[in-house]
Design a protein around this ligand. Structure first.
Ligand SMILES: Cc1ncc(COP(=O)(O)O)c(C=O)c1O
Length: 425
C-alpha cells in the first residue's frame, strides 16, 4: 500500500471535493448536514453515496472499510442480502399500519428466548424512545418521576448527556460515578424516596468501554429494590456481546432492559423488555402506561431485526470477537513499530484506543487528554481508507473476513505513519 505522508487535512480536502461542496450546500438548510452532531468531523464529513458489506463509498468515489458500524448498529454490514430480500418483499406489501404484523412477534419471540431477564418486550424506533418508554413504565410502577444515571452516561438524546459529564444534574435526574459501587449505591440511598428508576449501561459506551467493578450490578439492583426503584440495564450497545447480551455474560438480572441498534437490522429501532408484571403496565386494557408511536413496531424494522437477530449466532459473535482481538493486537504492534505510545481496550467485538494512558475508568469524548491527536488521527484514517467512529473506537461485523482484518491492520499502520508525518502537527 502507498504510504501517505502529506498533511491528512490537505489530502482529505484534495480527495473529497464533492463532499465539501455537499456540506456547504447542506448547511444552507440544515444546521448539521448529517443531522447528527456526533457525525461531524472537521473540516467536514464525507457524504456517502452507497454502502455494501463492510464498505462505504463516498460521492467522490473513495472507498472506506467501515469500522464505525453506524455507531455499533450494522452488525451484518451494509445491504446484507437476506435483509435486503426480505425487506424489499415486505416494502411491496406496505411499510406501516396501525394493527398487528407477524414479523413483530417473530422478533419478540427471539429476544424473549435469548435475553435471560426479558419475559416480554415492546418495540419503538430508537434507543432514545426506549429510554422514554422505560422511564414511563417506571413512573407508572412507582408513582415517582426522578431517575439516577451514571455521570457522563448516555441513554439517548432525550437528555443532553453533556450535562451529566459537566456534573450538572437536570431537573429530574441525579448522577453518580459509573461502576464504583460504594458512591453509586450511596447516591441511590440518598435520593431513594424520589427515584422511579436507576439507568445504567452494561459497558459505558460514552466512557470508552469502561466496565464496572465486580459486584456493581448486583449491589445496584439490591439498592434499587431497597428504596423501591426499578433497575434498568441499558443494553443498546452491549447486546452484541452475547446471544443474551451483557446480562447473560455476567449473570445480571435487571427489572427492565433497554435495547436498540443491532435488533433493527439497520432500520430505526428501540426496545424495552423485562419482567412481565412491569411490561404489562402498557397493556391497553389493564395498564396505566401509554406505549405508542406512529412507526413503533413497523414491519420493515421488525422484518430486518428478526433476520439480524436470527443470524447473530454465538458462533458469529465469537468470530467477530476474534477479529477484534486480532485488530487490537495489530494496532498495538503497528504503534510499537513506529514508537508511538498507544493504549487499547477491547470488549467483545469493540475496540477503543488512546494516545494517553486512559487508566481503568471512564474516558469521555469531549474531555479526553488526547483529543487533538484523536481528531487528527480520524482524518489520517479516512485518507487511508478506514472509516472509524469519531471517538477512536471501532466494531467488527459479520461482513468482514480474515483477509479484510489483515487489510484493516495494514491500513491502520498506514494511518499512524500519516499521523506522524503530519507537517501541521
Ligand atoms: C447506551 C446507549 N443508550 C441509548 C442510545 C440511544 O439510541 P438511539 O441513538 O437509537 O436513540 C445509545 C446510542 O448511541 C447508546 O449508546
Amino acid at each position: 500500500m502507498m504510504r501517505n505522508t502529506a498533511s491528512p487535512e490537505a489530502t482529505y480536502r484534495a480527495t473529497t471535493p464533492r463532499s465539501a461542496a455537499f456540506e456547504a450546500r447542506g448547511l444552507a438548510s440544515l444546521p448539521i448536514t448529517s443531522s447528527r452532531g456526533i457525525s461531524f468531523n472537521p473540516p467536514y464529513p464525507v457524504t456517502i453515496e452507497r454502502a455494501t458489506g463492510p464498505h462505504l463509498i463516498d460521492i467522490d468515489g473513495n472507498r472506506y472499510i467501515d469500522l464505525g458500524s453506524n455507531f455499533f448498529s450494522m452488525i451484518h454490514g451494509y445491504a446484507y442480502a437476506p435483509i435486503v430480500d426480505a425487506v424489499t418483499e415486505q416494502l411491496a406489501r406496505g411499510s406501516a399500519w396501525s394493527a398487528n404484523n407477524a414479523p413483530q412477534v417473530d422478533l419478540a419471540e427471539q429476544i424473549v428466548a435469548r435475553v435471560p431477564s426479558v419475559e416480554k418486550v415492546l418495540f419503538n424506533n430508537s434507543g432514545t424512545e426506549a429510554f422514554s418508554l422505560a422511564l414511563n413504565i417506571c413512573r407508572g410502577a412507582t408513582g415517582r418521576y426522578k431517575f439516577l444515571m451514571a455521570a457522563g452516561g448516555y441513554h439517548g438524546s432525550m437528555f443532553d448527556p453533556s450535562l451529566g459529564s459537566k456534573g450538572l444534574p437536570g431537573p429530574s435526574h441525579y448522577v453518580a460515578p459509573y461502576g464504583e459501587t460504594a458512591p453509586f449505591v450511596a447516591a441511590i440511598r440518598a435520593h431513594g424516596p424520589e427515584l422511579a428508576a436507576v439507568f445504567v449501561e452494561g459497558i459505558m459506551g460514552s466512557g470508552a468501554f469502561a466496565q464496572a467493578e465486580p459486584g456493581f450490578f448486583d449491589a445496584v439492583k439490591k439498592a434499587c429494590h431497597d428504596v423501591g426503584a426499578i433497575f434498568v440495564l441499558d443494553e443498546v450497545i452491549s447486546l452484541r456481546l452475547s446471544e443474551g447480551g451483557y446480562q447473560k455474560l455476567h449473570g445480571i438480572d435487571p427489572d427492565l432492559t433497554m435495547m436498540g441498534k443491532i435488533i433493527g437490522g439497520g432500520f430505526p429501532i428501540g426496545g424495552v423488555g423485562g419482567k412481565a408484571a412491569l411490561m404489562d403496565l402498557t397493556n391497553p386494557t389493564s395498564g396505566s402506561v401509554l406505549a405508542s408511536g406512529t412507526f413503533s413496531g413497523n414491519p420493515l424494522s421488525m422484518t430486518a431485526g428478526a433476520i439480524s437477530v436470527r443470524d447473530l449466532t454465538q458462533a458469529r459473535i465469537d468470530e467477530i470477537g476474534a477479529w477484534a482481538t486480532r485488530i487490537e493486537a495489530g494496532i498495538k504492534s503497528a504503534a510499537g513499530a513506529v514508537n508511538l505510545p498507544i493504549w487499547t481496550r477491547r470488549v467483545g467485538s469493540m475496540v477503543a484506543w488512546f494516545f494517553t494512558d486512559p487508566g481503568p475508568g471512564c474516558v469521555f469524548g469531549a474531555t479526553r487528554t488526547d483529543l487533538a491527536m484523536v481528531k487528527r488521527h480520524q482524518l489520517a484514517m479516512l485518507v487511508n481508507g478506514l472509516f472509524p467512529t469519531p471517538r477512536a473506537a471501532l466494531a467488527t461485523s459479520t461482513a468482514m473476513s480474515d483477509s479484510l482484518v489483515d487489510e484493516i491492520i495494514d491500513r491502520f499502520a498506514a494511518s499512524l505513519a500519516t499521523l506522524l508525518a503530519d507537517p501541521s502537527a
